[in-house]
Design a protein. Sequence first.
Length: 307
Amino acid sequence: LNRQKSMRRLLFVALLVSLFVCLSFARKNAVDMKYDQFERQVSSGVWFINFHSPTCPYCKGLVKTWEHLATILKGKAIHIGRVDCAIERRLARRYSIRSYPTLVLIKNNTMWRYSGKREIERLLEFIDLPFGTAMPVPPPPYVTKLQPHELEQKVSKGKWFVAIVDNSSYSHHLLTKFDELSVAFPMTARLATVTNLTRETLLKYKIDGYPSMRLFKNGEAYIYSGDHSLESLRFFTQQRVEKLEKLKIRRSVLDKSLKFIKKYETWSLKNVELILGSTIGLFFVVGLLMGNLYIGLKSSLSRDKID
C-alpha cells in the first residue's frame, strides 16, 4: 500500500514537472521584448507585438491565444513578441500605448494597430493582409546608455547632457522625456543616461537624489534644476552651451593677450639696456624739440613787441 502511494506521488511530481516544462517551452515561442534590444529586433522581418500590462484582465485572457499564435508561426518569418508596459514604459510612451492590450504589426518600418476580435483566425488574417491606417514607425531615440565606469571618460570630451537615474517612476518619466527630446529638436549636446554610479562619482558631481541631470562640457559639470518639460530641457542645453561657447572665445582672447604680455615681458628682461638707452634717447630728442619750440615761440613774441 505504501509502495502504491509512493508511486502515485512520483507520477504526480513527474506530471507537474512535465507540465511545467511544456508551459515553459510554450512561453518561449513569444519573445519578451526589452527596450535595449527592441530597435535591433524590429529592424528586420515582420513583428506582431502585444503591448500588455500584467494587471489588465483582458491581457490575461489573451495570454493563451498569443502563445498559441506564437506556436503556429514558430520557425516562420513572422515573429510574435510582447512588451510588458509596466516595465518597458519608454517603449509604451514612444508607441503611444494608452490602453491594454494594444496589438501592433511592424513591417518595413511601417506599423498597423489591430482592432478586431482576438481570435487566432482573425489575427492570422491581419498578419497576411494588414488593415486599418498604416503609420510610420516612431523614429528611434538618440540617447546613449552609458555604463558607470565609462561616464568620466566619455564626458571628458565634447558636450553631454546626462540623466542620472534609478528604477523609480520619476526616473522612468525622465527617460521618456529624453527619448522625446532626442527626436523633437536638433540638440547641441549629446543625450545620455547612466545608472548605478559609485559613491565617489556621486559625491564628485554633487548628486544627492534621483533623477538628476548634468550638462558636461569637456569634463566640467553644470547642474540642471528646472522642470522636465521638453522646452525647458532644450532651452537649458542650448543657452548653457551658447554661454560656454562665448566664454570659450573670451578665454581664448584673454589667453592670447596674456601670452603676448608674457612674451613682451620676457623680451624686456633680456633687453633692459636697450630699452633704457632707447627711452633716454627718446626723452633727449623730445627735450631738444621742446627746447627749439620754446626758443622759436619766445623769438616770435619778442618781434611782435618790437613791431
